[in-house]
Every structure is written in structure tokens, then in C-alpha cells.
Write a protein that binds this ligand. Structure first.
Ligand code: G3P
Length: 217
């Protein structure tokens, strides 16, 4: 399963990239706002840092304007993935831009049928938002399992990019279901290494080591 980082913070991306944990990056208008950076400038910096797909989202809502914005974003670097909302205009833009050979990430997906039509429109990635479904007392992971089954039934190439990941459990469940990619905030990815028994065990080893009086170096 590939790990994308869901942020526009350069330092956080660089830190995880050095650890080999970054297969790509996703951004959205809210994350650009949070970064305080210019979208074109910060996206160019991310693309220079990361080899994998970097999603940059259009903000137009009408297909022709989305296509124009998508083409401009795609000029930033070859690894740009144009991110489009799951509306009929977004799908129309998806069809055109994917037809031009550009990578497209269709976002704000909340149902299996939305994922089905995004695949038919040629999406490279579909982004179902699991955390926001959990927020309204639905089970986001059920949606991931449904999309996996549907895509496998028909051999769709569209990759399932689990988004709105809020916990390490979302990551485990995504891997068990066989999602292609998760995108998570840096804080969630960093928590994947945490276990209280690891901390406890290391503490005990270090205390015993100190008692030996030995040194390795
Ligand atoms: O990738 C989409 C993600 O940024 C949304 O996450 O936590 O705002 O629902 P969240």
C-alpha cells in the first residue's frame, strides 16, 4: 500500500520523505490556506521534493474552467495529479484531462456509485473520505470495502486513495481491505511507529545495559 502525505507543509513532507514514507502528496484548498503559501509556488516545491504523484486541486466549479485550471496546474511538473471534485462537471473535466494523459484524482467521494462513475470517467485515483463518513455515524471503511469489490469485479485501473484518514486504525483497515493508497496527515503517519510495549521494552533494555557497564562504541 502506498503512503501519500496529506499536507502542504514542506518541512513535514521532507522529514517523512527522508524516511522513505512518502509515495506521493495530496493537497486541497484548506491545506493550502493552512500553509499560508501561494498554491503554485508551494506545489512546485513539493513536486521538486517528491518523485510520486502530487495532487493539486482546482477551485472552478464549471467543467471548462476546471479543465483550464487543471492544465495550468499540470504545467507545474510531470508528477502533478489534477484533483477534481466528484460532480458531473468534475467528471467531464476528468474525462478530458485523463484523455490528455494527465493524472486525475477525483475527490470528495462518499458513495460506491460515485466511485463507479469516477472510474468510468477515467480517474487515476478515487478519494473516498472515511473520516467525514465516520463523523456522521456511518462507517467509512465499509465504503472502502465496497469500492474494492466493485473495482475488482470489473478490473478498473482506478486506484483507491483512502482520504480523510484520522487514525492509525484507518491505515490498518485500509491495508487489510487492499486499498491502493492512503493519504494521511503527517501526525497520523508518525503514530504508526508507536506502541507502549515498544517503549516499555526499550526502557528495560537500556536500564539493564547501563548495569553491564559496557559500551559498543
Ligand atoms: O484528503 C482529504 C482530507 O484532507 C480531508 O481530511 O480530516 O479534513 O476530513 P479531513
Amino acid at each position: 500500500m502506498k503512503f501519500f502525505v496529506d499536507t502542504a507543509e514542506i518541512d513535514a513532507i521532507a522529514e517523512l520523505n527522508d524516511l522513505g514514507m512518502v509515495d506521493g502528496v495530496t493537497t486541497n484548498p484548506s491545506l493550502i490556506l493552512k500553509s499560508g503559501r501561494d498554491i503554485l509556488e508551494v506545489t512546485r516545491e513539493i513536486c521538486a521534493l517528491v518523485d510520486g504523484p502530487v495532487s493539486a486541486e482546482v477551485v472552478a466549479t464549471e467543467a471548462d474552467a476546471m479543465i483550464a485550471e487543471g492544465r495550468k496546474l499540470a504545467e507545474i511538473a510531470p508528477n502533478i495529479t489534477v484533483k477534481l471534485p466528484l460532480t458531473w462537471d468534475g467528471l467531464k473535466a476528468c474525462k478530458v484531462l485523463s484523455g490528455e494523459g494527465k493524472m486525475v484524482n477525483v475527490t470528495l467521494c462518499f458513495s460506491a456509485n460515485q466511485a463507479l462513475i469516477a472510474a468510468k470517467a477515467g480517474a487515476t485515483f478515487i478519494s473516498p473520505f472515511v473520516g467525514r463518513l465516520d463523523d456522521i455515524n456511518l462507517d467509512g471503511m465499509d465504503l472502502i470495502a465496497d469500492i474494492r469489490e466493485i473495482y475488482d469485479n470489473y478490473d478498473f485501473d482506478t486506484e483507491i486513495l483512502v482520504a480523510s484518514v484520522r487514525s492509525v486504525n484507518h491505515v490498518t483497515e485500509s491495508a487489510k481491505i487492499g486499498a491502493d493508497v492512503i493519504t494521511a496527515p503527517p501526525g497520523v503517519i508518525k503514530k504508526l511507529a508507536d506502541h507502549p510495549l515498544t517503549d516499555k521494552g526499550l526502557d528495560a533494555f537500556l536500564k539493564d545495559w547501563a548495569k553491564t557497564g559496557q559500551k559498543i562504541l
